[in-house]
Design a protein around this ligand. Structure first.
Ligand code: HMG
Ligand code: MG
Length: 298
């Protein structure tokens, strides 16, 4: 195993569940997180401190946090859009948050009711408060390839906003192909431009699998030196403000890719497949990953 370890940020409990229309019991979410941790995942995005009117599925954020062992050797970042969310996250004991914006004003308006520039201004007091409380901040940048409302995004625009998020104080920028329209060569072109000023170790890939390109895009990004990837067990998920967007690339598919590349992840594939089967059953939907289906019948 000569390749550097790849870190998987499991986003199933947040990105994976946020779009589910039927209410999911807090206990089910907690069991999901427990199973993911048991499989070896060290970073699990637990919930979001966003408006419950907009994202009802995350309304039990306090209860989810109360059910976690926040002193364990596992990071549980939570999504925070503004100061109000940060205050609630701090009250719940969060030690790490993720702020989120996008490359395009149209998507950002729909998602968080402001322009990209306004979102950056909105994050300044959030970051200052995080620094006071010693809270780590990850930054999400959505629509890095295409915006569902504005079409193709130039790599220069993606690079510009990624840099602004880093300058604010984020320790890493997760580059989101929110609607999963990216293909490997476009991902590489985007990364060539972004990496002119930002080293790969400060970047992560967040690929939705709408067109089945998630794994190909991760492989392309990995070849460009990216070693952190967001993924969702069972391929759960989708963004409510990105019409047609399906789930994140499935964690088990990423594990299969990395296993084939001889790259260590520290995560047990079979336990993830079992968890994918279990959560799919809980949600009453078919398992959304190829690797999961293949491993479940062998
Ligand atoms: P707004 O309407 O402009 O907010 O929404 P406001 O400040 O005017 O407040 C309106 C109401 O919301 C008030 O309540 C506030 O108290 C409440 P009311 O007086 O009407 O009863 N409110 C809050 N409640 C709970 N927590 C808060 C909060 N803030 C205000 N933090 C806001 C602006 C940002 C709040 C809203 O648009 C929002 O919550 N948006 C979140 C959208 C979201 O979660 N989207 C999905 C996550 S992003 C994603 O999935 C992409 C990603 O995966 C990467 C990728 O794939 O590219 C990360
Ligand atoms: Mg996402």
């Amino acid at each position: 195993m000569d390749n550097p370890k790849v870190n998987i940020v499991e986003v199933g409990p947040r990105d994976g569940l946020q779009n589910e229309t039927t209410s999911i019991a807090t206990e089910t979410k907690l069991e999901l997180i427990q199973r993911l941790a048991g499989a070896g995942l060290k970073t699990i995005e637990a919930t979001a401190f966003v408006s419950p009117k907009r994202i009802p599925q995350m309304a039990d954020n306090q209860a989810v946090m109360a059910g976690l062992d926040l002193n364990a050797d596992i990071r549980y970042p939570v999504l925070v859009p503004n100061l109000q969310g940060l205050e609630a996250a701090i009250e719940a004991g969060a030690k790490e948050i993720a702020i989120f914006t996008a490359t395009s004003d149209s998507f950002t308006q729909k998602n968080i009711q402001c322009t990209v520039a306004e979102s950056i201004q909105r994050f300044i007091p959030v970051i200052n408060e995080c620094l006071r409380h010693n809270i780590a901040i990850r930054g999400y940048l959505s629509t890095v390839i295409d915006c569902p409302y504005e079409g193709p995004i130039t790599p220069a625009r993606t690079a510009d906003i990624a840099q602004q998020l880093l300058d604010l104080g984020c320790y890493q920028i997760s580059l989101g192909d929110t609607i999963g329209t990216g293909t490997p060569e476009r991902v590489k072109r985007m990364l060539v431009t972004v990496q002119k000023n930002i080293p790969a170790k400060l970047l992560a890939g967040h690929f939705h699998d709408t067109y089945g390109m998630g794994i190909a895009n991760i492989y392309a990004a990995w070849q460009m030196g990216i070693t952190t990837f967001d993924a969702s067990v069972g391929g759960l998920g989708g963004c409510p403000y990105a019409p047609g967007a399906s789930g994140n690339v499935a964690t088990e598919d990423v594990l299969w890719l990395m296993q084939g590349l001889g790259v260590e992840t520290g995560v047990d594939l079979d336990q993830i497949v079992q968890t994918a089967l279990w959560i799919s059953h809980q949600l009453g939907r078919p398992l959304g990953s190829k690797t999961g289906r293949a491993r479940a019948i062998t």
